[in-house]
Design a protein around this ligand. Structure first.
Ligand SMILES: C[S@@+](CC[C@H](N)C(=O)[O-])C[C@H]1O[C@@H](n2cnc3c(N)ncnc32)[C@H](O)[C@@H]1O
Length: 192
C-alpha cells in the first residue's frame, strides 16, 4: 500500500459501510474531497455534517459541493471538531453511521495550522459516542510533520484504551512502514 492508497482505501471501506439516507460526519473538511465523497454516497436523502477551523477550507469545500450540486444536504461549520456534539442536532446523536478524520494540515494551505492531539482526542470521544451500532470511524493519521508524531502517539493510547467489547480497531499501513508514514485506523462500533 503506497501513501496515496490509504485515502483510497478509506473511501473503499467507507463506500461499503455507508448507504443512501445515512447521517455522516467529516471531522476535517479541508478542501472538501472527503465531504463530497460522503455527500455523494449518502445522497439527497442523507445528511452530512462537516467541520474545519479554517475559513479557506470551508470556502473550498462549499465551492466543491456547489459545483457537484451536493450542498443542500451538507451542513458546513467553521468550528473545531471538538465541538461536534453541540453542532449536530440531538435527534441525530447515536444515529451517525460514519465519522471521517483526515488529520494534519490543509493541502495547499498554511502548513502551520494542523490538527492537534488535544482537540482530536476530544473529537474522537464524541465521535465514538454519537455513532450508531455498526457505525464506523475512519482515522487517517500523518505522523510525518512536526506535531503529527505526538498526535499519533496520543491517538494510539486512546485506541488502546477503547473497550474491545464495544469497538474493533484495524490498522492499515503503507508498504514501507516507518515512524513518518501515514496510518489508517478503521474503527467499527459493535451492534448491541
Ligand atoms: C488533511 S486536511 C483534510 C483534508 C480533507 N478531508 C479533504 O478531503 O480535502 C486537515 C484539515 O484539518 C483541519 N483542522 C485542523 N484542526 C482542526 C480542528 N480542531 N477541527 C476541525 N478541523 C481541523 C485543517 O484546517 C485542515 O483543513
Amino acid at each position: 500500500m503506497n501513501t496515496q492508497s490509504l485515502p483510497k482505501l478509506a473511501h473503499q471501506l467507507l463506500s461499503e459501510a455507508i448507504h443512501a439516507g445515512d447521517v455522516v460526519v467529516d471531522a476535517t473538511a479541508g478542501n472538501g474531497h472527503d465531504t463530497l465523497f460522503l455527500a455523494a454516497n449518502v445522497g439527497e436523502v442523507g445528511q452530512v455534517f462537516a467541520f474545519d477551523i479554517q475559513a479557506d477550507a470551508i470556502h473550498a469545500s462549499r465551492e466543491r459541493l456547489h459545483q457537484h450540486q451536493c450542498l443542500q444536504h451538507v451542513c458546513l461549520y467553521q468550528a473545531s471538531h471538538s465541538q461536534m456534539t453541540p453542532h449536530i442536532p440531538l435527534k441525530f446523536h447515536a444515529q451517525v453511521k460514519a465519522v471521517v478524520f483526515n488529520l494534519g494540515y490543509l493541502p495547499g494551505g498554511d502548513k502551520s495550522i494542523i490538527t492537534s492531539a488535544e482537540t482530536t482526542l476530544l473529537a474522537l470521544s464524541q465521535a465514538a459516542r454519537i455513532l450508531c451500532s455498526g457505525g464506523v470511524i475512519s482515522l487517517l493519521v500523518y505522523p510525518g510533520h512536526t506535531g503529527g508524531d505526538t498526535e499519533h502517539l496520543q491517538i494510539q493510547h486512546w485506541l488502546q484504551a477503547l473497550n474491545p467489547a464495544e469497538f474493533t480497531v484495524t490498522r492499515h499501513d503503507c508498504h514501507v512502514i516507518s515512524p513518518t508514514t501515514p496510518v489508517l485506523y478503521w474503527l467499527e462500533k459493535h451492534a448491541n
